[in-house]
Design a protein around this ligand. Structure first.
Ligand SMILES: [Zn+2]
Length: 155
């Protein structure tokens, strides 16, 4: 058994769909960043890579590589699950905390868990997604962006 941690943050400020956990969330603006800026999936991807000792997301999918522009982060996550399988690992469970002042994420959590579980090839009961706020403190508290923390257990 091995455990990994992942953290990611993206700032708001782009007229693009807000993608979180592989789900399109209703909001007036999207997050800036490489690929589709899905902060939830990026944190999970980094947790899995960390658990396997396989580096980090930026190493595998460099942000300055134009081929990852607007890339579907679910596809990147599936690629990383493939890397883990090649290295002899399978995913046991993942747990994510999303820090977002807005929008309200509760209604989207069941679909996020479903999408993530399919990408990881594990039951939905092994995927936990929790949403919290920053209680108005700091940049996240002012709603300037969204952060996500993830842990992953692999065997
Ligand atoms: Zn990211």
């Amino acid at each position: 058994m091995r455990i990994g941690i992942g953290y990611d943050v993206h700032a708001f400020g782009e007229k693009r769909p807000l993608k979180l956990g592989g789900v399109q969330v209703e909001h007036e603006e999207g997050l800036r960043g490489h690929s589709d800026a899905d902060v939830v999936l990026h944190a999970i991807t980094d947790a899995l890579l960390g658990a396997a000792g396989l580096g980090d997301i930026g190493q595998h999918f460099p942000p300055d590589d134009p081929s990852f522009r607007d890339a579907d982060s679910l596809a990147l996550l599936r690629q990383v699950v493939g890397l883990l399988q090649t290295a002899g690992y399978s995913v046991v469970n993942v747990d994510v905390t999303v820090v977002a002042e807005r929008p309200k994420l509760q209604p989207y959590i069941p679909s996020m868990r479903q999408r993530i579980a399919i990408a990881l090839g594990i039951p939905e009961t092994s995927v936990s997604v929790k949403a919290t706020t920053s209680e108005g403190l700091g940049a996240l508290g002012r709603g300037e962006g969204i952060a996500a923390l993830a842990t992953a257990l692999i065997k």
